[in-house]
Design a protein around this ligand. Sequence first.
Ligand SMILES: Cc1cc2nc3c(=O)[nH]c(=O)nc-3n(C[C@H](O)[C@H](O)[C@H](O)COP(=O)(O)OP(=O)(O)OC[C@H]3O[C@@H](n4cnc5c(N)ncnc54)[C@H](O)[C@@H]3O)c2cc1C
Length: 390
Amino acid sequence: MDFSLSDEERAVRDTVRSFITREVMPLEQEVLRRERAHQPGVTRDELRELQQKAKKFGFWGLATPEEYGGMDLPAVMQSLIWTELGRTFVPFRFGGEADNILFHATEEQKREFLLPTIEGERISCFAITEPGAGSDAANIRLAARRDGDDWILDGEKTFITNGNDADFAIVVAVTDREKGARNGGATAFLVDRAMGWRSEFIQTMGEGGPASLIFDGVRVPHRNILGEIGQGFTLGMEWIGKGRYTIPSHAIGIAERALQMAIDYANTRETFGAKIGTNQAIQWMIADSETELEAARWLVLRSAWTVDQGMDPRHASSMGKLYGAGMVNRVVDRVLQIHGGMGYTRELPVERWYRQVRLYRIFEGTDEMQRLIISRDLLRGYTKIGGHLA
Ligand SMILES: Cc1cc2nc3c(=O)[nH]c(=O)nc-3n(C[C@H](O)[C@H](O)[C@H](O)COP(=O)(O)OP(=O)(O)OC[C@H]3O[C@@H](n4cnc5c(N)ncnc54)[C@H](O)[C@@H]3O)c2cc1C
């Protein structure tokens, strides 16, 4: 058994680490200052500029196929990179990416939606959640009704990331209520903002925020259907599946950085004439955090490896998402505790992480949904205890 990284993985990881350290981390204080003033930490132009700089280092389209100018990296490599991105709280990600399901587009749709998204000229959002359908996504109600060569969309989507900035939305709508969303009754549409939907920003405990999208008789041409009629729910699950290893990979980077801050603080802060790190209470918080971090790392890397092996990654990635999201919440909570009152201030990024990572247990499948998937697979005998080693 070999737990080491290959030379290539290590080289890529180190290059990303040095890019993040030199080009992105120096922006951290300014990001905190702007966010305290209720402004976006990084503007769209600044993000694009950084992404272009990263492109010169060779980082562009981590998951994007080479024929579209991307790197098409294996999942393990992507996981390692997402971990590096997690080490800074600057909202930076590499450019050259598009929603995975946009690659199902027709040639015409690719020109109109996919290519400009990869180039960063257009912003997309993906919308399946509704006020009455989150975990139970098959219960969506936003209806698409055929009218000649068009479809008319009526209803509301909610909690849509990028919903306020997006130029177009990938919307999963009900096209056949009789069949139900899960059984071919839902279809994905590519809907330009110019077609008439509007968005309303939702304030959350995190920075930035999702939006509600309101469709009031929005007319969409038939040619804007993504994939096949009736394929919407399947595409939706494919879109969500991507986050199952990127989110916990990011969580690992956050936990690594935060834990190092706690260790540094424990080695310098003194109370009662001694460093706080000499107290067993503090040592145990550090030990538990490192142990859980390490456990999450292998769970998540294994789930990414499963993708690269062409195996069904759902069971492993649900375990990685469940454990990784919980781990980062527990680690950041301990890190905040170790910093005492300072941890609670906005001088440090710890309280920011505390608010940010709470989301990781909710979006792209809540803890409870991950548990449901993991146990269902076992109860039905679809997966054996021990996975591929069983
Ligand atoms: C910041 C943010 C960004 C998001 N971005 C997007 C996006 O880009 N696109 C998009 O489509 N959606 C997005 N979402 C929506 C997100 O995926 C949903 O919020 C999530 O799936 C949970 O759905 P819900 O909020 O309706 O909660 P509910 O489904 O109402 O669940 C409420 C609680 O009940 C639990 N629960 C539900 N059913 C069961 C059950 N059977 N057994 C046990 N427990 C259960 C849940 O786990 C949860 O704890 C985003 C949400 C947030 C907060």
